[in-house]
Design a binder for this molecule. Structure first.
Ligand code: ADQ
Length: 452
């Protein structure tokens, strides 16, 4: 059995105690544990000078982390502009937020070619390569162009809209053609697989997409939550609530997460159901992400204003309706907060999966579990259909769902949670990686394109 080579835009620093707030790092830890493996990608650092960068290596617990630096203009064109300013909004069904530019498309292709050139000398013939996410759509083809014939799989962590939307991207057909270089393409849900296969079909290409819903490590997370609930921070939070119910939201500060809609939904709860005033507190943790992209700055301003307005209108001298934190909170403490929360309010407008929803379920105490209020448009919704599901665009529906959750009896909470917990245990981070790699192993090998 050859090595597993994982390629992603960012490589988590193996020596950092807290992992970055991103689902990929969490999901892949399991896949690289044990066997011989290498993780290749961008270091997060800026390259000095011209010419191709030399990779740096660091081996920790049997995993070799190989990283390269990018120049400022590569980082801007490839990562900030094309990946996060064009592909991210488009694939989250927000065509109107897409800031297309041909120059960024060129830089995106160049950086993918650079990844391929730097990776090829590190590969051995029996390695299996697993490429991750929208930053690296063309990488498989770039590797094939350099003569790589080994198995190459791809997993897309974000949703896939139908072809009628995807085609708004100039050159979308070329991206789809590049995707044909992969032996297998994994996506999060059946809907995503259907949409991607439809795009392949209408362009006369081979259908290669299959759903592999990503999961978490529920045992580890439960243990973290049990420990976290006894932390000083959890004690302080509990004391500060003074008996009020806790509604918790945890997300990266991103427009896909439906935060303004969520704040308005909570406002509708306290406006229409006055019995909850003073008896409930909404804590939203949303660390700033991609702060150098304009849309993210606008979103932050909008949330600052909404929080101020809602708190100004409804607060009492001894009660604040919304507590809103844009700094990150350590994972183990957060896990304790999940366990304490009576309700998790997770209302993305679109989300590939949403691991926070699964973590919330894993964190609960089965004797008195909390209630998950979840958007229909999270990739997790088809699996977690025992949650209270909402359309996140309707503030009144969010308010009704919150009221239902806050007044739900113990028997119903337990019954729903047991089914949800069974789902979260069924497809874990480990089984996700194993299932994908097994299917990749069985996938029909693509005849390699001869090197030019
Ligand atoms: P993300 O958009 O980052 O991931 P999500 O899956 O919810 O979204 O979160 C990933 C991880 O980051 C979770 O483990 C979560 O606990 C952590 N996290 C999120 N917000 C945090 C916060 N405020 N503080 C600390 N930690 C936080 C992308 C896709 C998702 C998909 C994942 C995995 O957008 O749809 O589920 O990849 O495929």
């Amino acid at each position: 059995m050859g090595r597993l080579i994982i390629v992603s835009n960012r490589v988590p620093s193996p020596r950092e105690r807290t992992q970055p707030a991103g689902g990929l790092a969490v999901g892949l830890r399991d896949a690289v544990r044990g066997g011989s493996s290498m993780w290749f990608g961008w270091s997060g650092n800026q390259a000095e000078g011209e010419g191709d960068p030399e990779p740096s290596f660091d081996t920790v617990d049997g995993v070799t982390y190989a990283t390269i630096d990018l120049t400022e203009s590569q980082h801007e064109g490839f990562y900030q502009n094309f990946s996060n300013g064009i592909l991210w909004p488009l694939f989250h069904y927000r065509v109107g937020l897409m800031n297309y530019s041909r120059r960024d498309w060129q830089i995106y292709l160049e950086v993918n070619a650079l990844f391929a050139r730097t990776l090829v000398p590190l590969l051995k013939p029996d390695d299996v390569v697993w490429v991750h996410d929208y930053h690296l759509f063309p990488l498989g083809q770039a590797l094939r162009d350099l003569g790589v014939t080994t198995r190459i799989g791809f997993f897309l962590h974000i949703p896939v809209p139908p072809w009628s939307l995807v085609r708004s991207l100039p050159g979308a057909e070329l991206l789809l053609e590049d995707l044909q270089a992969y032996d297998l393409i994994g996506v999060q849900t059946d809907e995503d697989a259907d949409n991607l296969n439809q795009s392949f079909r209408v362009n006369g290409l081979t259908e290669r997409a299959r759903a592999f819903p990503i999961g978490i490590d529920p045992h580890e997370f439960r243990a973290q939550a049990e420990a976290g609930v006894g932390s000083d921070e959890a004690e302080r939070l509990r004391a500060s609530l003074r008996g009020a119910a806790l509604v918790l939201g945890v997300d990266r500060l991103d427009y896909s997460k439906g935060l303004p809609e969520r704040f308005r939904g909570y406002e509708a709860l306290i406006a229409r159901y006055p019995e909850h005033r003073g008896k409930v507190t909404f804590l939203q943790v949303a660390p700033v992400s991609r702060g150098d992209v304009e849309e993210y700055r606008l979103l932050r301003r909008q949330l600052d204003e909404l929080t101020g307005r809602i708190n100004g209108a409804y607060a009492e001298f001894d009660w604040t309706p919304i507590r809103y934190i844009t700094r990150p909170i350590a994972r183990d403490i957060l896990a304790g907060f999940y366990r304490m929360a009576d309700v998790a309010l997770i209302t993305p407008l679109r989300d590939g999966m949403n691991l926070v929803a699964k973590e919330y379920i894993a964190a609960q105490d089965g004797e008195s579990p909390g209630v998950l209020v979840l958007s229909h448009f999270a990739g997790a919704a088809p699996e977690l259909d025992e949650a209270v599901l909402v359309n996140p665009y309707d503030a009144d529906e969010i308010a009704d769902a919150l009221h239902q959750a806050l007044t739900m009896g113990l028997d119903e909470r337990k019954a729903r949670w047991r089914k949800l917990d069974a789902e979260v245990r069924r497809t874990t981070a480990g089984s996700w990686a194993r299932d994908f790699l097994q299917a990749l192993d069985e996938a029909q090998a693509t005849p390699a394109t001869p090197a030019a």
